[in-house]
Design a protein around this ligand. Structure first.
Ligand SMILES: Cc1cc2nc3c(=O)[nH]c(=O)nc-3n(C[C@H](O)[C@H](O)[C@H](O)COP(=O)(O)OP(=O)(O)OC[C@H]3O[C@@H](n4cnc5c(N)ncnc54)[C@H](O)[C@@H]3O)c2cc1C
Length: 183
């Protein structure tokens, strides 16, 4: 196909959705994706910013899905660690490691296997991390994702809990939004 006839897809935003769409178009179609990003960075609200020499995530992001397909997708881009990281060794944490990495070549579909990366030698590694996330609100800690339990009600107080519950029900009334799980 000559170049000027090639189909193009214009994608606004280089967040995870835009970048994933662009990747999938490149992988599975002949459509050329063109991604426009209004800021100077890619990654959207999942990006890592550099501040005073430190790398800081906007939100404690983790790659987690109950869908095997999505996890395989991530692991194709960022292979799972094949050895414990230094802190795991020092703290004697037992973490699952992979023994072999399967990678798919974009566009051509061929799969090859390679040894899993050692996080002490390579940067592009998906690490297993134990994580506890908390929401800090009104000088108290809440579960993240928020859960309706006695401690939550105690922290908020009955009046605020009822107000939030009412607001939540009102917002969802008549909404056709799909039921999504967010971790
Ligand atoms: C605190 C926090 C913690 C989170 N933790 C997790 C987690 O652990 N795991 C997880 O899976 N998800 C997590 N999320 C959610 C995750 O960050 C979002 O679901 C994801 O970033 C959404 O991706 P997106 O591409 O749809 O949108 P965004 O990340 O918002 O990206 C949109 C991009 O589009 C650009 N843009 C907007 N308008 C235009 C325009 N007109 N022209 C050009 N560019 C434009 C923006 O600048 C931005 O870069 C968390 C979010 C937060 C805030």
């Amino acid at each position: 196909m000559s170049n000027h006839k090639q189909k193009k897809a214009i994608i606004f935003g280089a967040g995870p959705a835009g970048l994933t769409s662009a990747y999938e178009l490149l992988d599975k179609t002949d459509i050329v994706p063109i991604v426009y990003e209004m800021t100077n960075d890619i990654g959207g609200i999942s990006k890592t910013v550099k501040y005073k020499g430190n790398r800081i995530d906007i939100g404690g992001h983790r790659f987690f899905s109950k869908s095997r397909r999505i996890m395989d997708w991530w692991c194709n881009i960022l292979p799972l660690q094949g050895a414990p990281a230094k802190d795991d060794r020092i703290l004697k944490r037992v973490i699952p490691v992979s023994h072999e990495v399967k990678r798919k070549i974009i566009k051509n579909g061929n799969i090859w296997t390679e040894p899993p990366p050692d996080p002490e030698k390579e940067h592009k590694v998906l690490l297993h991390r134990n994580r506890l996330s908390r929401i800090f609100y009104l000088r108290k800690f809440y579960d993240y994702p928020i859960s309706l339990k006695l401690q939550t009600i105690k922290n908020l107080g009955l009046r605020k809990t009822l107000k939030i519950g009412y607001s939540f029900c009102n917002t969802n009334k008549g909404s056709n939004r799909p039921n999504t799980t967010f971790t």
